[in-house]
Ligand binder design. Structure first.
Ligand code: GDG
Length: 462
């Protein structure tokens, strides 16, 4: 079995002594790394005055990691700039929020070169190299330019945008061309893969034959590999003592009301504004149900250095305040809106206590919260998942109550459907959902991608 080298913007291995409060992706990659041996490379999250390429080696939880520090300007242009002000909004169809600055692009290329130069000497002949996400699209090309011949894969965790949006990016052609340095490119859904095919066939004169995508003399393998969660771990977490305690706290606070929950990074792609408006519509149109539900939205802040993220925070503060001001009573608060993260076990308990989960992004590569909510349910009395049709997860999770998050009326109707759903129907839908979440878990995803990568013959360099 070949050794595995994982490269991502950040490395998510718990430090010695930490409890390992981490997401599914980290867990999956760690398990793949343990299985194959190898290392995980990325940015340390630290700044340095002058980039030196010094590598910090560490061992944690049986995984070897190698990280580098970046300069302030690198972080501004590459991370806060091109990654989070340009590509993130553009890939989530928010061209209105997309900033186009040549300096950002310059920083993006520079940092990808820095990654390539520092990681290349750590890669051994037969290693499989797996690069993650939109921060590092050009990395493969830069590694090839440095002479790397290994099997090289790339996985995109976000949507791939429609061609007509992507072409708003001045350097779109260069970005897409650089993907052809990889051997295998993975997307979560058919939608994202279709958009990629469309770009390649309509603008690059490329052809598609099954998983093979050819432009000129270069053929790559483009696959759908929907990510899952560590389902067994999350199911166990939901019945842990910590989860039970969190669940009790939820029940006590709800005093017999039906709980509705949302858990999302505070990000405009997650559709929080539209979710609050949908809930407001529900309260306005269902006066007899007022006071019978309690909506808890957990939204830990992210990317706070980017202005849009500060604006969305202020917007949601105002909106939740307005809705509570309008509908609250002396003994009832319609929305509890919390800008704080909770340990995973607590989240599992909160999910289990909730009769309904609102997972209503405007656009999402996959969305793991939808799968976690399902995994946390009590099989005898499961809650209902209300899921946006614009989440990648909707391609797999057809037994959820699917909703268009742009329509406040549809959201209000979906809430009524979910809150009044008979137990037999809840059980039937949940059984169908959990079967998928169990079968296509994060280990399945990892294996699916790595099998495709291992199947590639070692590249013949010209
Ligand atoms: C990107 C793509 C794709 C959230 N709040 C807390 C907390 N979380 C955890 C959730 C979940 C994870 O963070 C979020 O994952 P998502 O998939 O929902 O969203 P993104 O962060 O945007 O992830 C997405 C994913 O990559 C994987 O490919 O699905 O489409 O955008 O695990 O539970 N965890 C804890 N406390 C919190 O308060 N412990």
């Amino acid at each position: 079995m070949s050794r595995l080298v994982v490269i991502s913007n950040r490395v998510a291995v718990p430090k010695q002594g930490e409890s390992g409060n981490q997401g599914g992706l980290a867990v999956a990659l760690q398990s793949a790394l343990r299985q194959h041996g190898g290392l995980w490379f990325g940015w340390s999250g630290e700044t340095t005055e002058q980039f030196t390429g010094t590598i910090h080696d560490a061992e944690g939880a049986g995984i070897t990691t190698a990280t580098i520090d970046l300069e302030e300007q690198d972080i501004e242009e590459y991370y806060n700039g091109f990654a989070n002000r340009t590509l993130w909004p553009l890939f989530h169809y928010r061209i209105d929020l997309t900033e186009f600055e040549r300096d950002f692009e310059g920083g993006y290329q520079r940092v990808n070169q820095r990654f390539a130069d520092t990681v290349a000497p750590l890669i051994e002949d037969d290693d499989l190299v797996w690069v993650h996400d939109y921060h590092l699209i050009p990395l493969g090309k830069k590694l090839r330019e440095g002479g790397l011949r290994n099997r090289l894969g790339f996985f995109l965790h976000t949507p791939w945008p429609p061609t007509r949006l992507l072409t708003a990016l001045p350097s779109h052609r260069k970005l897409v061309e650089s993907l052809f340095a990889y051997d295998v490119v993975g997307f979560h859904t058919e939608d994202w893969l279709d958009s990629f095919h469309h770009y390649v066939t309509s603008l690059m004169g490329g052809t598609v034959d099954g998983t093979r995508v050819t432009v000129g003399d270069r053929t790559i393998c483009a696959i759908i590999a929907p990510i899952g969660i560590d389902t067994a771990e999350f199911e166990a977490a939901a019945t842990s003592d910590e989860a039970r305690f969190a669940r009790e706290r939820m029940y006590m606070s709800a005093t017999g009301r039906s709980l509705i929950v949302g858990v999302d990074r505070l990000d405009y792609s997650k559709g929080l504004r539209q979710r609050f408006l949908g809930y407001e519509r529900f309260l306005a149109s269902q006066p007899e149900r007022r006071g019978l539900t309690s909506f808890l939205q957990i939204a830990p802040p992210s990317r706070e250095k980017v202005d849009t993220y500060q604006e969305i925070r202020a917007d949601l503060d105002a909106l939740s305040g307005r809705i509570n001001g309008e509908y609250a009573d002396i003994d009832w608060t319609p929305i509890r809106y919390v800008n704080r993260g909770y340990p995973r076990q607590d989240l599992a308990g909160i999910f289990r206590a909730a009769r309904v989960a609102l997972v209503t992004p405007l656009r999402d590569g996959m969305n793991l919260v939808a799968k976690e909510y399902v995994a946390a349910q009590d099989p005898e009395d499961p809650g209902v998942l209300v899921l946006s049709v614009f989440a990648g997860a909707a391609e797999q999770m057809k037994d959820a109550v699917l909703v268009n998050p742009y329509s406040a009326e549809e959201m209000a109707d979906a809430l009524v459907t979910a809150l009044t759903m008979p137990r037999e129907e809840r059980i039937r839908r949940w059984q169908a959902l959990i079967a998928g979440v169990r079968e296509q878990d994060v280990f399945w995803w990892c294996a699916r991608f790595l099998d495709a990568l291992e199947a590639v013959k070692e590249r013949e360099m010209a």
